[in-house]
Design a protein around this ligand. Structure first.
Ligand SMILES: NC(=O)c1ccc[n+]([C@@H]2O[C@H](COP(=O)([O-])OP(=O)(O)OC[C@H]3O[C@@H](n4cnc5c(N)ncnc54)[C@H](O)[C@@H]3O)[C@@H](O)[C@H]2O)c1
Length: 374
């Protein structure tokens, strides 16, 4: 018998121009907004003008423990009662974690999985409004925030149902300014986030539906959005793929590509999507070689959704062509050397995403996948 639970943002608003709903979305839960942005808040001057009592906090790069500590302190000093994340996945995750720390107190390491105490977030987080400006992570509808520990050289999550956004506003127009490399890395990550839950033994009929539509949208939009960043229809396809991928991963599980991304991202500091895109083919080959009939059938269906040809090799061919066309170069170009393979492989075998993989993956298997992806 099928059984599953489903949780998501309180409200999702998708569409060109939907960003204009931000002031109303913020006014619902609070009056003193703390807005996390990317490194250049002036990029969103028009939107910020609609939030006159807001404080802004710029997140540069993927967030570290120190950045979220400083953000929580600044939000408390502002007397924030609602937190907005207006930026890429890095900004959304930082904002979520800050919203959690303001009400729960303590240090991010008290709540972080794997390297921290993993304590539950006992107090509801501040209300969080998510406005993604990249199309890739689906973080606007996930219940976790990823943060880098520079000390441990690893990226880990804080997780809680109360980290889900009160409102998620997904406006594809906000992604029009993304440069090609960001479009490629984020978009490929969204696609991996639709493929991994689909082949996972934890898939369920609801997640399957999100994944199928997300994969179709990536097939139709990703290369076009990369070739012509001003193509709003293609941008909307990739934004929808991203949103669907977040719904899928938050209500299903990921797999070995994301098992690698946390430790390797912390180790070499490369963009998250560049890593998942680089290792996806080797993970797929490993799962096809060691997986059961159901796993092979699922990969064949992904091939069909991407190419019309029900064959896992069609998926691999499409993938290899697409990452070459989108300029994804492999792990060596991202900075992985032989010294890093064993520690990253050990950590990947313990990562929470690895539990969703259709086939158990040992540290030696991960080392082989990493070498194959260099
Ligand atoms: N919480 C989750 O469920 C989840 C899922 C996947 C990934 N993540 C995390 O998300 C992060 C990656 O997010 P990402 O792929 O969105 O990249 P990102 O947030 O790191 O952004 C990449 C770059 O794009 C720039 N940028 C963002 N929007 C732009 C725009 N509209 N125009 C021009 N430049 C823009 C940013 O300033 C940055 O330089 C990683 O930290 C990853 O761990 C979280």
């Amino acid at each position: 018998m099928t059984s599953f639970t489903f949780a998501t943002a309180g409200r999702i608003s998708f569409g060109a121009g939907s960003r204009r709903e931000l002031p109303g979305a913020v006014a619902g839960p609070g009056s003193r907004a703390f807005v996390c942005t990317g490194s250049d808040p002036t990029r969103h001057a028009d939107l910020l003008a609609g939030l006159p009592d807001a404080a802004t906090f710029a997140i540069r790069g993927e967030p570290t423990m120190d950045v979220v500590r400083a953000g929580a302190q600044a939000a408390r000093e502002h007397g924030a009662d609602v937190v907005v994340g207006l930026g890429g996945g890095a900004v959304l995750d930082a904002a979520k974690i800050i919203a959690a720390l303001v009400t729960n107190g303590g240090d991010p390491l008290d709540y972080a999985e794997v390297i921290g105490a993993g304590r539950p977030l006992a107090v509801p987080c501040l209300p969080f409004v998510a406005v993604p400006t990249t199309a890739g992570t689906g973080s606007e509808v996930t219940a976790n925030g990823v943060v880098t520990s520079t000390e441990h050289r690893v990226k880990v999550s804080l997780r809680s149902p109360s980290m889900l956004a009160r409102v998620a506003i997904v406006d594809p127009e906000l992604t029009l300014g993304c440069p090609p490399a960001v479009t490629a890395h984020a978009g490929l990550d969204a696609l991996v986030q639709c493929i991994e839950p689909f082949v996972s033994p934890f898939a369920n009929p609801l997640v399957d539906g999100f994944c199928r539509e997300g994969i179709r949208r990536a097939a139709s939009g990703l290369r076009r959005a990369y070739d012509d960043g001003s193509d709003l229809v293609a941008r909307a396809d990739v934004s929808l793929c991203s949103l669907l991928s977040g719904l899928a991963l938050a209500n299903g599980k990921l797999g070995a590509a994301h098992g690698i991304a946390g430790p390797l991202g912390g180790y070499i500091g490369a963009p998250h999507g560049a890593i998942t895109a680089s290792v996806m083919a080797a993970v797929c080959e490993f799962n096809l070689a060691h997986g059961d009939e159901h796993t092979r059938d699922r990969y064949a269906e992904v091939g069909e959704l991407l190419t019309g040809n029900r064959d896992a090799n069609a998926l691999l061919d499409w993938w290899n062509e697409t990452i070459a066309e989108l300029g994804v170069e492999g792990l060596a170009a991202l900075g992985l050397t032989e010294d890093g393979i064993e520690p990253v492989a050990e950590a990947a075998a313990k990562a929470s995403s690895t539990k969703g993989n259709p086939v158990p993956v040992s540290p030696a298997d991960f080392a082989a996948i990493l070498r194959r992806s260099l």
